[in-house]
Design a binder for this molecule. Structure first.
Ligand SMILES: Cc1cc2nc3c(=O)[nH]c(=O)nc-3n(C[C@H](O)[C@H](O)[C@H](O)COP(=O)(O)O)c2cc1C
Length: 180
């Protein structure tokens, strides 16, 4: 199977997840094309399946991925597509935050016309050591309020790598059911 992975990232963690996904897909014998949404990825034509990956910042996905999804939503909707949403909410069990995350994702779909076959919510990372002073201050304050991690001396990665490794298999079964 030829898998296209288009991602957007602000601090680099979704890029790390996309790199990992590319490796996992290759290990499973698939061909994978990895594209950063900020550098004009090609049309998904010629690929069998697609992963669209983006992270949430202040309730929104990156505008670069929104542009890509809007431009190619017709071609994408013909293919099996998994939307991978990366956020800190996905690491929490707060019902209200999950409701917001799902509404934010729904707004993204409405704005772009993208109709993914499946949305995978993946926990992101708190990269305190990579933030500038202002971002570190904001993120620490938010986490203090929400009961999250406030130790800024190192990064905190919440991603469940096994969950991510399961995405190519999900694409395989989506591709099989779309063929039937
Ligand atoms: C300034 C900032 C704002 C964020 N806003 C949200 C948010 O509104 N909701 C959420 O669930 N996570 C939020 N996050 C957490 C990010 O989604 C998480 O850190 C993710 O791993 C970032 O991925 P990236 O490195 O690919 O950009 C925010 C992070 C930062 C630094």
């Amino acid at each position: 199977m030829k898998i296209m992975i288009v991602y957007s990232t602000t601090e680099g963690h979704t890029r790390a997840i996309a790199d990992f996904l590319e490796e996992e897909a290759k290990k499973m014998g698939h061909k994978a094309g990895l594209f950063n949404a900020t550098v004009k990825p090609p049309s998904p034509k010629g690929y069998d399946t697609v992963i669209i990956a983006a992270s949430v910042h202040a309730g929104k996905y990156q505008s670069s991925i929104e542009h890509y999804a809007r431009e190619y939503h017709r071609e994408l909707n013909e293919l099996p597509v998994v939307f991978m949403s990366v956020s800190l909410t996905a690491a929490s069990d707060d019902e209200a935050s999950w409701k917001e995350l799902k509404e934010q994702t729904e707004s993204f779909m409405l704005a772009t016309g993208l109709e993914p076959d499946h949305t995978e919510y993946v926990a992101g990372a708190l990269l305190y050591t990579k933030y500038d002073f202002f971002k570190r201050f904001i993120m620490r304050s938010i986490n203090k309020k929400s009961g999250g991690n406030t130790d800024t001396s190192h990064d905190h990665v919440y991603t469940d790598w096994e969950q991510v490794a399961g995405i190519p298999a999900k694409l395989e079964s989506l591709a099989a059911s779309k063929r039937d």
